[in-house]
Ligand binder design. Structure first.
Ligand code: HEC
Length: 89
């Protein structure tokens, strides 16, 4: 029972902070990711990313190529930002 309450509490927290996460993803993306490609890459007809997990993988790949050190939740924030604004999975 205690675990269920804890779970609901944590689930509630992460929902409440979702807008914050997207905003953070926007900031991180603007800071590090617009050097090589602008956002037309995410909406072009021939875009390579077709699923949400693939989007996460691609964010991680571009980040690793650049030698950026982001925490997992920062990768998730950028993935969430791209999904909300461009990919809509
Ligand atoms: C050093 C240049 C460079 C930077 C900086 C860069 N990328 Fe990329 N990115 C690429 C290249 C090259 C591709 C592949 C383009 C293609 O397939 O034509 C790509 C593709 C992508 C795609 C897939 C687009 C599709 O086809 O659906 C995503 C998503 C992406 N990058 C996210 C990011 C994110 C997030 C960052 C910041 C961490 C970032 N990129 C920074 C070079 C870069």
């Amino acid at each position: 029972m205690r675990n269920i309450i804890l779970f609901l509490f944590i689930a509630g927290l992460s929902t409440a902070s979702n807008a914050e996460n997207i905003k953070n993803g926007d900031k991180l993306h603007a800071d590090k990711c617009t050097r090589c490609h602008d956002s037309t890459l995410y909406t072009r007809a021939s875009k390579r990313v077709k699923t949400l997990p693939k989007l996460g993988t691609q964010v991680r790949m571009c980040k690793d190529n650049l030698g950026i050190t982001w925490f997992d939740d920062e990768v998730d924030d950028v993935t969430g930002y791209l999904n909300k604004n461009y990919y809509h999975f």
